[in-house]
Ligand binder design. Structure first.
Ligand SMILES: Cc1ncc(COP(=O)(O)O)c(C=O)c1O
Length: 400
């Protein structure tokens, strides 16, 4: 007997709404209704895009050559600027033909899995993980195998854990450093060990480097391809301008990889979305080739807020927050607060705890359930210092 048809296809019907966007939307709705909400939910810098980048876009919008279709894989000048950036920051000398410009890093993540994964292929993903990876893997017919690392290891998996998860079906490893949601950065030895393990077993590495330029305390997020150059034929880098240049709304990301993989991904993109907005691409050229000190200015603010956040969270009993090396998130282990009554209410999960915090302190945070296991809260520190402090002070009172 054939199964009845569903209105929405099973494949698309199975996709969950982005949990982080959901928290953000709820916080914004409550704020609009007049509640004094402080939100740590946002995954984006709160700064405006630097002026010289905006100016380049304004000029581009006035130039009729940008009013037409351009090559699906990206403007040649931008592909070259990305190749130069890859050499500069990821230590990998690539040709512009190894670059494809995508509609944000998110599309690059989606296309990387679509291009590499066949039905039943397994992809190892360190948990906690960014909420988009499981959906992008499932949409490619892949099977996500998550490997969890908790606060005690700074949320970093080991080669032994990866090896325990490896099967003959393992096709790829998702590697992300600095990580969303944990902000953790793998050190050089760890990155090299993981890269060598992947090389030895012929496992592709999809390395999400979107937070690569946002690191603190003198740490550097070494690219896995710089650590293990021999991975060049089995690596795809994913990156974009969103986080580094406060350009989340401009939608410019990219994939860098072996020529055949990039050519295949370009074929996909030529039917899916064609070229990214030329105005945004011109803005991205200005971002990548212009004055990089604008990034340093934003980093100074992030570094200050990170310290403030860690110091203040440390004063709340039950919050265990490893110092994150990068991105703009603190990932607090709150397992010590669960299974207890708060305000006369039994709270067993971080989802319930996040709801309780929103209800009773007007503070929005993203529960661990959005990124894997329960027991954690993600705080973004991409908000103003005064607000940031006030929100944590509200939590200090709530859990006093
Ligand atoms: C880990 C990670 N990768 C990729 C992205 C994609 O960023 P965008 O699509 O805005 O370029 C994000 C955004 O939140 C992210 O956190």
């Amino acid at each position: 007997m054939t199964e009845p048809r569903t209105r929405v296809s099973r494949r698309i019907g199975a996709i969950a709404e982005s949990a982080t966007l959901k928290v953000d939307a709820k916080a914004k709705a409550l704020k609009a209704a007049g509640r004094p909400i402080i939100s740590y939910g946002a995954g984006e810098p709160d700064f405006p895009t630097p002026a010289h980048i905006v100016e380049a876009a304004v000029d581009a919008a006035r130039d009729p050559k940008n009013h037409r279709y351009t090559p699906a894989a990206g403007l040649p000048e931008l592909r070259q600027a990305i190749a130069d950036k890859t050499a500069r920051d990821s230590g990998w000398a690539v040709d512009a033909s190894q670059v494809i410009v995508t509609n944000g890093g998110k599309q690059a993540v989606y296309q990387a899995f679509q291009t590499l994964i066949d039905d039943g292929d397994e992809v190892i993903v360190p948990a906690p993980y960014w909420t988009t990876y499981p959906e992008a893997i499932a949409l490619a017919g892949g099977v996500m195998v998550d490997v969890f690392a908790g606060a005690e290891t700074g949320y970093r998996v080991t080669v032994d854990q990866l090896e325990a998860a490896r099967t003959p079906k393992t096709k790829a490893l998702l590697f992300v450093s600095p990580s969303n949601p944990t902000g953790s950065v793998y050190d050089e030895a760890q990155t090299r060990a993981i890269g060598e393990w992947a090389l030895e077993h012929g496992i592709w590495v999809i390395s999400d480097e979107i937070y690569q330029n946002l690191t603190y305390d003198g740490q550097r997020a070494l690219s896995i391809i710089e650590a293990v150059p021999a991975l060049a034929d089995q690596v795809v880098l994913v990156n974009g301008v969103a986080k580094t240049f406060a350009m989340t709304g401009w939608r410019v990301g990219w994939m860098v990889g072996p020529k055949d993989v990039i050519a295949a991904a370009s074929n996909l993109q030529s039917h899916l979305s064609s070229n990214v907005s030329n105005v945004s691409q011109r803005a991205a050229i200005a971002a990548l080739t212009g004055d990089q000190s604008v990034v340093d200015d934003m980093k100074v603010a992030f570094a200050r807020r990170r310290t403030l956040m860690l110091d203040e969270l440390a004063r709340i009993p039950g919050f265990v927050s490893p110092a994150p090396g990068g991105a703009f998130y603190v990932y607090a282990d709150v397992t010590g607060l669960l299974g207890r009554e708060w305000g006369g209410q039994l709270i067993s999960t971080s989802l319930e705890l996040a709801d309780y915090i929103l209800e009773h302190a007007d503070v929005a945070v993203v529960p661990g359930e959005a990124f894997g296991p329960s027991g954690y809260l993600r705080f973004s520190y991409a908000l103003g210092d005064a607000e940031l402090l006030e929100g944590i002070q509200r939590l200090q009172k709530l859990f006093a």
